[in-house]
Design a protein around this ligand. Structure first.
Ligand code: TYD
Length: 206
């Protein structure tokens, strides 16, 4: 059976991923593709429990512990949801994945980047997205869009989010073939068109 595609969306909180993901799913389904929409942390089952801790636990969470919880969620997600879907021909669209850990725990929390890459690789069994879209917005816009109802991660402060944003920009420079940095302030239609162009080029190359 035809092997599917694995596409991830990334960016700081409030960057507009959800809108683009929804549009992309609709367009691909209209083209007759089988699409699985999923997210990290917490797609379903055990992942939802981990998400609850990661976003809402009110006590102290060390940065290492936080990383391992995101990685545990990822390992379960890859093994039970993402890989089986790719293997049966689905286009898997995932809202956040490995680059979130690099950007948030690596650049944001300042954990060792090499170790994060190593651990990401264990969690994913070496499976990598075919394409990753980062929607880049400035931190002021992000904070305005998040508003006052903030979860544990969203309460990390402006300096933290500046580092996360820089991290994403750096990731896009390091892996330009896989990772496309898009201007999140562009119109919804323009962004969707750019995303579709990249996906069509990828399919044409395959
Ligand atoms: P979520 O509500 O899904 O945010 P968004 O709608 O912005 O994607 O919350 C996920 C939060 O977890 C978000 O602040 C990013 C953070 N995160 C990490 O810090 N590391 C990770 O590896 C992942 C997957 C997410």
């Amino acid at each position: 059976m035809k092997k599917g595609l694995f596409i991830t969306f990334e960016g700081i909180d409030g960057c507009g991923k959800t809108t683009q993901i929804k549009l992309l799913k609709e367009t691909l389904e209209k083209q007759g593709e089988k699409v699985l929409l999923t997210r990290e942390p917490g797609a379903k089952g055990l992942g939802e429990k981990l998400r609850e801790i990661l976003l809402n636990y009110e006590g102290e969470v060390s940065s290492n512990c936080e990383s391992f919880l995101f990685l545990a969620d990822r390992a379960q997600h890859i093994d039970t949801i993402i890989r089986p879907a790719i293997d049966t021909g689905y286009i898997v669209i995932c809202d956040r994945h490995t680059d979130s850990t690099v950007a948030y725990q690596g650049y944001g929390r300042k954990l060792d980047l090499e170790q994060i890459h190593y651990l990401n690789n264990i969690a994913t069994n070496g499976i990598k997205p075919d394409l990753t879209f980062i929607l880049d917005i400035d931190v002021e816009t992000s904070i305005q869009r998040i508003g006052n109802a903030r979860d544990r991660m969203e309460s990390s402060g402006i300096d933290f989010f500046n580092c996360v944003r820089e991290g994403y920009i750096e990731i896009s420079k390091q892996e330009p073939n896989r990772v496309k940095l898009l201007n999140g302030n562009d119109s919804i239609e323009n962004l969707h068109k750019q995303i579709m162009d990249y996906i069509e080029n990828l399919s044409a190359d395959a």
